[in-house]
Ligand binder design. Structure first.
Ligand SMILES: Nc1ncnc2c1ncn2[C@@H]1O[C@H](COP(=O)(O)OP(=O)(O)OP(=O)(O)O)[C@@H](O)[C@H]1O
Length: 717
């Protein structure tokens, strides 16, 4: 059992020694009074009432009143010290948990989903709070009452005490037998709660996609089955808890019978006085009550044990990318950043980067390009130190990033990702985030440089416009430009850009590319992109293939080399897109390069080119669905699509990613067969498509074209 959460709590308590001491003293006073008052019955009956001795009665009465006043004072002090102690403890545990989660690196956030963490902060913390404020103090009180009460009972009549103690074992054995099962059921209930929280999280975050793809029913069914699961575990938990609570009470009833029978016998034998028996009986009832209270506490203690363990799991998680003990503070500027023979894998099973070495000099503009999944973004993540290499090193001016302080690295280098996260606050706060030394003028200048100022100024509330749904209320282009403005505002020397223009229309993309060209020199820019047209001006282009660098050089050098870059370039060229991104065309010589149109004369290809029409796709939109009849051939002008196949019992499995210049669905030109996979846009995309019917009209006029096409496609089916 991981006790980190529990020991952290104890540590907070011991930091407030005097409060803890005061609280323990008040408990002792309260319990002593509660145990001693039944004992007074023995003296009242035997020494005051039976002999009618008023003096003894008055003395006992005065002692009882005095003790009562002391008891009330101790309770008030106890409540105060407990309130302060537990409040502080909970506050510190919450903030330690918060800090700890914040310190974690990316793999941690990939391991835990939002719901898993939210449940720890909400329901686990609430159950710990309940225990610390109520159950734990009660446990102490009742334990002490039982121990003191038993000592008193022994002093009154040891044989009777032994008899009832033997019976009391029943009260403890029952709950213990059930404890293991109760713990397991409680843990299952919490996991079911987590699954449901994650569904709510996805439903809220993905509400657009859910509505867009009409997935409400699927989500309703998922939530329905999770709620049924919650109900089943909840019922089990309820029944086990009730059983654990009832068992000791039943045992107590049996014990009462034993005590009255055996006690009566002892009175008749003159082994105990009537007052002694009354005191014994009252005290035993009070000890029994405390014992049964203890058993009532078990469920909440078990529940908190699970919560302590779950919070302990988080507190024990060590950051995968830790800060060095004595980190090097990087200066405000740098000379070069390098990767030396870097090998890295997200998991132990596979390497996503293999033996990658590269050097980027300050002030240069460097691009990482290559097919999808080749490791470009991964390399950028390592340069941002979101992960550490498995082998080799990433360094700035000779300082291994593992040895430098995170704060100084973030000051120097600003990453901008393709999925921009904006906080639910105003545009101004999103831009100024944490930069207390940034002025309004700095902010406006950064927004102007990122070409977003005019847009913001046009909104009724300007920079005070609130952002909703983590940026979902803004267009992809607006989000992207805000992210760039936010990065520029921090005045970083190194900009690490991951596909920042992937969601933009051609006009905005051209603006951003022009901006990058203006920034070069003053800033070092490393940009990951799959769109080669945007990097022709880069100082160095690194071409990635299967996690390694296949080639590098300038655009012209790489074209001359006739390697991977050249083939990617050939694939992407020949398309034309209007500035608003709504109308696309393809050149005849680009069509001629497709295997599917091999052997078709250029004059006919001109007619084919004119048959294509432009389609735009939203992020998440499926343009081809597995199993549906296909009647269109597609070419991607710009964008990114996943190709996914249904695996029975497991859902969809991504088998490929297609990008600018790729094509799919050519079989549909020839015959009507169901699609073998679903093709879904990963970013807003533009495609050119041609329908079989339109194509057939052309092939009817030119049968030689159909013959050529059939020849090629038959070879591929
Ligand atoms: N967080 C992650 N956990 C596990 N595997 C990952 C993770 N991120 C990326 N990968 C895998 O690592 C490989 C390289 O991915 P990476 O994103 O670096 O490629 P890329 O060249 O940038 O491709 P793209 O242009 O599609 O983003 C891919 O196989 C990808 O599935």
């Amino acid at each position: 059992m991981r006790l980190k959460g529990f020991t952290a709590m104890l540590r907070y308590f011991t930091r407030h020694r005097w409060l803890l001491g005061l609280f323990l003293c008040t408990i002792v006073v309260e319990v002593a009074y509660a145990v001693a008052s039944p004992l007074s019955l023995q003296y009242l009956v035997d020494d005051a009432f039976a002999p009618k001795n008023v003096r003894v009665f008055l003395i006992i009465f005065a002692v009882l009143i005095g003790g009562g006043v002391l008891h009330i004072a101790a309770s008030l002090l106890g409540d105060y010290s407990l309130g302060k102690l537990s409040g502080e403890g909970i506050r510190q545990l919450r903030s330690e948990l918060f800090d700890h989660v914040q310190k974690q690196s990316l793999p941690f956030y990939e391991r835990y989903r939002v719901g898993d963490l939210v449940t720890r902060f909400s329901s686990d913390m609430a159950s710990i709070e309940r225990v610390v404020r109520a159950s734990f103090p009660l446990l102490l009180k009742e334990l002490l009452s039982v121990l003191l009460g038993l000592a008193m009972l022994f002093s009154i009549e040891w044989k009777l005490t032994l008899a009832v103690l033997a019976g009391s074992a029943l009260m403890v054995v029952g709950p213990r037998l059930l404890q293991g099962r109760a713990e397991a059921v409680h843990a299952s209930y919490k996991e079911a709660q987590e699954r449901f929280s994650n569904t709510i999280d996805e439903m809220v975050k993905g509400h657009r996609t859910i509505k867009g793809l009409h997935l409400q029913r699927r989500f309703r069914e998922r939530a329905g089955s999770q709620l049924r699961e919650l109900f089943a575990f909840g019922l089990k938990q309820h029944m086990l808890n009730s059983l654990m609570e009832r068992l000791p009470l039943t045992a107590l009833l049996i014990l009462n019978g034993v005590m009255i029978g055996f006690g009566g016998y002892l009175i008749f034998q003159d082994e105990i006085t009537i007052g002694g028996f009354m005191a014994f009986f009252t005290l035993f009832l009070s000890v029994g009550q405390s014992g049964s209270n203890l058993s009532f506490l078990f469920p909440s203690l078990i529940e908190s044990g699970v919560s302590f363990r779950r919070i302990g799991d988080i507190l024990e998680a060590r950051p995968d990318v830790p800060e060095a003990a004595k980190p090097v503070e990087l200066p405000a500027s740098f000379g070069s950043i390098r990767m030396d023979r870097v090998t890295f894998g997200y998991s132990a099973e596979a390497d996503q980067l293999r033996d990658v070495s590269l050097k980027v000099a300050a002030g240069s503009y460097v691009a990482f390009v290559g097919p999808s999944g080749s490791g470009k973004s991964t390399a950028l993540q390592l340069l941002s130190r979101f992960y550490d290499p498995r082998q080799g090193a990433v360094s700035i001016d000779g300082h291994d990033l593992r040895t430098v302080s995170e704060a100084s690295l973030r000051k120097l280098a600003a990453p901008v990702a393709q999925d921009t996260f904006l906080f639910n606050t105003t545009i101004r706060d999103n831009l100024l985030l944490g930069g207390a030394d940034r002025t309004e003028a700095d902010m406006v200048e950064a927004a102007k440089r990122a070409n977003i100022h005019d847009v913001i100024a046009g909104w009724p509330e300007g920079y005070d416009t609130p952002v909703r749904h983590e940026g979902g209320s803004l267009s992809g282009g607006e989000r992207q430009r805000l992210a760039i403005a936010r990065a520029l505002l921090r005045k970083p020397k190194l900009l690490l850009l991951d596909e920042v223009t992937s969601a933009l229309d051609p006009a905005t993309e051209a603006d951003i590319n022009a901006l990058l060209l203006r920034l070069r020199g003053a800033h070092t820019i490393i940009a990951v992109t799959h769109r080669l047209a945007s990097v022709v001006n880069a100082d160095t282009i690194y071409v990635f293939r299967d996690g390694a660098i296949a080639e590098s050089g300038t655009h012209d050098e790489l074209l001359q080399r006739n390697g991977l870059y050249r083939s990617l370039w050939e694939k992407q060229r020949g398309f034309h897109l209007s500035q608003d991104g709504l109308h696309a065309t393809v050149d005849v010589d680009r069509l001629a390069k497709l295997a599917v149109f091999e052997g078709i004369e250029p004059s006919l290809l001109r007619d084919v080119a004119s048959l294509f029409s432009t389609e735009t796709c939203k992020e998440g939109e499926a343009i081809v669905r597995e199993g549906e009849e296909g009647n269109k051939f597609y070419m991607i002008v710009r964008g990114k699509f996943e190709v996914a196949k249904l695996v029975p019992g497991k859902g969809e499995n991504r088998v490929a990613v297609l990008q600018d210049g790729d094509h799919f669905g050519e079989i549909a030109l020839l015959q009507n067969i169901p699609r073998t996979a679903t093709v879904r846009a990963l970013v807003p995309s533009v495609v050119l498509s041609v329908r079989r019917e339109a194509f057939h009209r052309l092939t009817e006029e030119h049968p030689q074209m159909l013959a050529a096409l059939e020849r090629t496609l038959r070879q591929r089916i």
